[in-house]
Design a protein around this ligand. Structure first.
Ligand SMILES: Cc1cc2nc3c(=O)[nH]c(=O)nc-3n(C[C@H](O)[C@H](O)[C@H](O)COP(=O)(O)OP(=O)(O)OC[C@H]3O[C@@H](n4cnc5c(N)ncnc54)[C@H](O)[C@@H]3O)c2cc1C
Ligand SMILES: NC(=O)c1ccc[n+]([C@@H]2O[C@H](COP(=O)([O-])OP(=O)(O)OC[C@H]3O[C@@H](n4cnc5c(N)ncnc54)[C@H](O)[C@@H]3O)[C@@H](O)[C@H]2O)c1
Length: 445
């Protein structure tokens, strides 16, 4: 049977785009998007977040140097900071769409729903394809409480035109920590409500406790072991009630309690695509769903794979190869993570908790590096680095870093771990001195 396309991709974010650009040389390809071309990362995620982060980091660094030659700490002009962000984000959807056009990929606008495994409907038009790739990402969850429609999301925060005086954030994961840091550094009063007593549960507690102390010193007011039970519209904002008896009015209350897969409107059952109980698409080791011609990539997938842009792109490229006939199963390289929280907290490979639980296999070395030259000159007294080495092979297998520019050090560690180099190779090359890379040798010698 002749289909309209060889492959149609649903979702124009990093995962979908990587799949489309992996196929367009060899196949007739279309991609469907129901919001902004480019998806979450460049429009509502990583990129705008890091633009705002770059601005507020100047204030944090100036504060660190306030008794070291910097005479006045700058104020942040929120409106100009947001305009700077928009000077980037405003270009993203148009630029993405023209790139698709130039590459002969049909860019179709509207929401896709399946009517069978080879047919979708978009804006009333039926489109058929031999293969589909679902790359619809994730959406911000809201607690199921009275007034939940009053929650705003990280999308709203990243496009907040006027500087608020006082906001509440619910949750203490990646999104909450990063927007709390941007807001508080810019001069907003921030209350953060967390249902248990820690932030960033996937990071070691010794590191997250330090980060909590740093964020508290900046002014973030943590409400631990507190459940938000109700939101209500008030004259001057939103009234937030908790099980601890708090009753406070905020200009904005942001939800940051996780991002479930975005599948509710796809009518997946019509195509025979199975999901887990949270709606994420189940795939095999070829990223293929329960319908053999339908694949899934990126944040929409049900798996332990981290929900990050480079992972979405990696899985998109992998699926393009699988559709073109490569039958190798997917194998992910070590995946680095970083929370941009002023300073950064990053990690890669074997976690400190897993290493500590297997002392016969791993050596953990934790170093307070605030007095090292690199961090001393950045006035980063809290800097801390832990490495995990495999006892038998001597290879570096994991690292966790809390420091200014941690993401750069984590990237170096990622290369060394991915290349399966012995830890003793760290620092064997000549690096620019002084730099983050020129410290590598010190972690082992
Ligand atoms: C505030 C924030 C900060 C982040 N920061 C980082 C970071 O620093 N580093 C990092 O690696 N990751 C970060 N992430 C995560 C990153 O943005 C995601 O992992 C990445 O965007 C996932 O890509 P994706 O292609 O799977 O999904 P998405 O980028 O979400 O793209 C999915 C697309 O599908 C579209 N869509 C959905 N349903 C349909 C439908 N039925 N029909 C047509 N189109 C549809 C959506 O509109 C969307 O454009 C951040 C996320 C957030 C929210
Ligand atoms: N720098 C980055 O790489 C970056 C930045 C932002 C987002 N992301 C990605 O987006 C994903 C989603 O981020 P997120 O912060 O929304 O999720 P998250 O999983 O990181 O954090 C969710 C938070 O909500 C809390 N929570 C969960 N259920 C709750 C409930 N019922 N009541 C109250 N609190 C509850 C959790 O304890 C946790 O603190 C991340 O896992 C990450 O993959 C990455």
């Amino acid at each position: 049977m002749a289909y309209d396309y060889d492959t149609v991709i649903i979702g124009g974010g990093p995962g979908g785009l990587a799949a489309a650009y992996g196929l367009n040389d060899r196949q007739h390809v279309a991609i469907v998007e129901n919001n902004l071309w480019g998806g979450t990362c460049p429009n509502f995620g990583c990129d705008p977040k890091k633009i705002l982060y770059g601005v507020v980091e100047h204030k944090r660094l100036a504060q660190n140097f306030s008794d070291k030659g910097i005479q006045s700490v700058p104020d942040i002009d929120w409106g100009k900071m947001m305009a700077f962000k928009r000077s980037y984000t405003d270009m993203v959807p148009g630029g993405t769409k023209s790139g698709l056009k130039a590459s002969n990929i049909d860019a179709i606008e509207g929401s896709a729903t399946f009517s069978d495994a080879h047919t979708i409907t978009v804006a009333g038009r039926q489109i058929t394809a031999d293969n589909f790739v679902i790359a619809t990402g994730a959406f911000p969850a809201r607690l199921d409480i009275p007034g939940k429609e009053l929650f705003e999301t990280s999308n709203d925060f990243l496009d907040q035109r006027v500087q608020p005086k006082q906001i509440a954030i619910v949750g203490a994961g990646y999104v909450a920590t990063e927007i709390a840091n941007i807001a508080v550094t810019a001069g907003v009063k921030v209350d953060l409500y967390q249902h248990n007593d820690r932030i960033l549960r996937d990071y070691p507690e010794a590191f997250t406790k330090k980060l909590v102390a740093i964020l508290s010193a900046k002014g973030v007011n943590f409400h631990w072991n507190t459940n938000v039970t109700r939101l209500a519209q008030a004259d001057r904002g939103v009234e937030l009630t908790t099980n601890q008896g708090d009753d406070v009015i905020y200009e904005h209350v942001y939800t940051a309690v996780g991002r479930p897969a975005n599948t509710t409107d796809l009518k997946l059952c019509a195509a025979g695509v199975n999901t887990d109980r949270r709606g994420a698409i189940q795939v095999d080791e070829h990223m293929r769903s329960s319908a053999p011609n339908i694949y899934a990539v990126g944040d929409v997938v049900s798996s332990a794979m981290p929900k990050l842009t480079p992972v979405a792109s990696f899985t998109g490229r992998y699926v393009a190869g699988a559709i073109l006939g490569d039958d190798a199963t997917i194998s992910l390289p070590p995946i680095p993570h970083t929370v941009f929280a002023g300073p950064e907290l990053g990690k890669v490979g074997v976690s400190l908790d897993d290493a500590a639980a297997q002392p016969e296999h791993f050596t953990v070395s934790t170093q307070q590096v605030g007095s090292w030259y690199t961090y001393m000159r950045l006035a980063d007294k809290d800097a801390m680095v832990a490495t995990v080495t495999d006892k038998k092979s001597g290879q570096l297998v994991g690292a966790t870093v809390l420091a200014t520019n941690a993401e750069e050090l984590v990237n170096y560690f990622t290369e060394i771990i991915a290349d399966q180099k012995p830890a003793s190779m760290l620092g064997k090359h000549i690096m620019v001195y002084p730099s983050v890379a020129s410290d590598l040798g010190y972690f082992y010698n």
